[in-house]
Design a protein. Structure first.
Length: 139
C-alpha cells in the first residue's frame, strides 16, 4: 500500500473566508500515484474547517451569514474563552459546526465526487498562517 502526506498552507486576509482547495488536492492525488484508495483532508487548526459542498457564491454568502448568526464575532465579551486574551471564541464554534475533515474515495486515480461536490478550506479566524493536511493511502 502507498502512503502520501502533504501540508497545504494558507494565510487568509479576511477573518472568515472559504477557499476551494479541490485543485490542490487533485495535484496531491496525482503526485501520490494512488489509483484506488482514500484521501483525508483535514484542518490542522481549531479555528478552521474542511468541508465538501457546491462552489456557488450565493451558498458561500449564506454560510457566512448563517454562521455569523449562530456565533457572532462581536461582542467578544459574550464568550468566556475570550477572557484568556483571545478574540476568537466564535471561530472555535463555527469550526465545530462546519467540521474538521473530509474523506474522499479515489477511483481510477481521481477524486470520486458526487455532482457539484468540491473540497473547501473554511477560515474563521484569519490573518495568520494555517495549514491543511492531505493524507492519501491506497494502491
Amino acid at each position: 500500500m502507498k502512503s502520501y502526506r502533504k501540508e497545504l498552507w494558507f494565510n487568509i486576509a479576511e477573518r472568515m473566508e472559504f477557499v476551494n482547495i479541490t485543485p490542490q488536492v487533485e495535484v496531491c492525488v496525482k503526485e501520490s500515484g494512488v489509483k484506488e484508495g482514500l484521501v483525508l483532508v483535514n484542518a490542522m487548526h481549531i479555528t478552521a474547517s474542511v468541508f465538501i459542498n457546491d462552489d456557488e457564491s450565493g451558498l458561500h454568502q449564506d454560510y457566512k451569514r448563517w454562521l455569523e448568526e449562530l456565533a457572532p464575532h462581536e461582542p467578544i465579551s459574550r464568550y468566556k474563552h475570550n477572557n484568556t486574551g483571545e478574540d476568537n471564541a466564535d471561530a472555535h464554534l463555527k469550526r465545530q459546526v462546519m467540521g474538521r475533515e473530509v474523506v474522499v474515495a479515489i477511483t481510477n486515480g481521481k477524486l470520486d465526487f458526487g455532482t457539484w461536490e468540491q473540497i473547501f478550506y473554511g477560515e474563521f479566524d484569519g490573518r495568520r498562517k494555517k495549514r491543511v493536511l492531505v493524507k492519501i493511502i491506497g494502491e
